[in-house]
Design a protein around this ligand. Structure first.
Ligand SMILES: [Zn+2]
Length: 319
């Protein structure tokens, strides 16, 4: 709560005395210059390029053709997506007439087994807590795990397992536990459940259900550049470049409205990556492609919102 109050206060002050340094269009156009994501440091894709692909339906058709369309984007793909891309690429040489979905379906079984192995070991670890939880909570936990095991061990479940829903249910079950340490432990274990963004097997299983063109789009979608609200909208963060940082779609979505200090916990290299992005922006300022005021405001906002964890060196701006 203190965090929230502090954030709102800092925000209103900046609203009073600062001019908006860049328009939305100007900020978006910086993505033409290979800007790395503030958080993960990966190069981002200009959102207009992504929209152009969507509009022209360039990703429909046989795998071999779509691979050619995707090749220019390989260097900006995130690690799991790049692995899947390379898998599809070598498969498309063998089966040039199949589409992406047909290829993923061929791989689904083996990846699903791998995924179920990881998932069930995590459910086992969570089940252990039944021994130390209050009786009612333990009973609810047992019920959830039995239901979830029914889903993951069924080769054709009625509804596929959803990590998001599972974590939501776990949160509800443990919400009444007083021991915060145990609560955190259970949630930390649950969060280790693979996401399609961090395990190839989870990507294959999830995407084998999607249309071929959606699979192709999902390979590059995490890399699309977005405006991250440094102070989240729900904490009255402004909707302009005084409160915007350039972040890839994946990092932006995974932060939700959590404070930056928590985002750093999940991404320990964020302070270094933020410096790399700002160095790049400074070099654009020297060519009159970005504004000094934007960089100054970004550096000081990051510093105050991260309680000093992101301590940017902007001296090059004045050299
Ligand atoms: Zn990122």
């Amino acid at each position: 709560m203190t965090m929230e109050k502090k954030v709102i206060k800092a925000e209103t002050t900046s609203f009073r005395c600062k001019e908006i340094p860049l328009t939305r269009r100007e900020l978006k156009n910086l993505l033409n210059y290979h800007i790395p994501c503030l958080c993960c440091g990966m190069e981002m894709l200009h959102p207009d390029t992504y929209t152009e692909i969507l509009d022209n339906k360039r990703f429909t058709g046989k795998a071999a053709d779509v691979i050619k369309e995707l090749e220019p984007f390989e260097k900006i793909m995130h690690p799991v997506e790049r692995q899947v891309f390379n898998m599809l690429k070598s498969m498309s040489e063998k089966y040039p007439d199949k589409d992406f979905q047909q290829l993923l379906v061929m791989k689904k079984e083996v990846h699903e087994l791998a995924l179920v192995k990881i998932q069930s070991s995590i459910f086992n670890k969570i089940s252990f807590y039944r021994r130390i939880l209050p009786k009612k909570t333990a009973r609810q936990l047992r019920k959830l795990i039995i239901k979830t095991n029914d889903i993951i061990f069924d080769p054709e479940p009625h509804k596929p397992f959803s990590r998001r829903i599972f974590i939501h249910k776990i949160k509800n079950i443990i919400s009444n536990i007083e021991n915060k340490r145990i609560k955190d432990e259970i949630l930390t274990i649950a969060r280790r459940l693979p996401r399609s963004s961090d395990e190839v097997c989870a990507f294959v299983v999830k995407n084998a259900r999607k249309r071929p063109e959606v699979i192709a789009l999902n390979l590059i979608h995490p890399s699309v550049g977005t405006f991250e609200h440094l102070t989240p909208k729900c904490f009255k963060g402004q909707n302009n470049s005084l409160n915007f940082a350039l972040e890839c779609c994946y990092c932006n979505n995974s932060r939700h409205h959590f404070p930056i200090s928590m985002q750093i916990e999940e991404n320990p290299y964020m302070p270094e990556n933020a410096q790399v992005q700002i160095d790049k922006l400074i070099s654009l300022c020297k060519k009159d492609l970005c504004k000094k005021e934007y960089v100054e405001n970004l550096a000081s906002t990051l510093n105050s919102l991260s309680d000093g964890l992101i301590d940017i060196d902007v001296t090059n701006l004045y050299k």
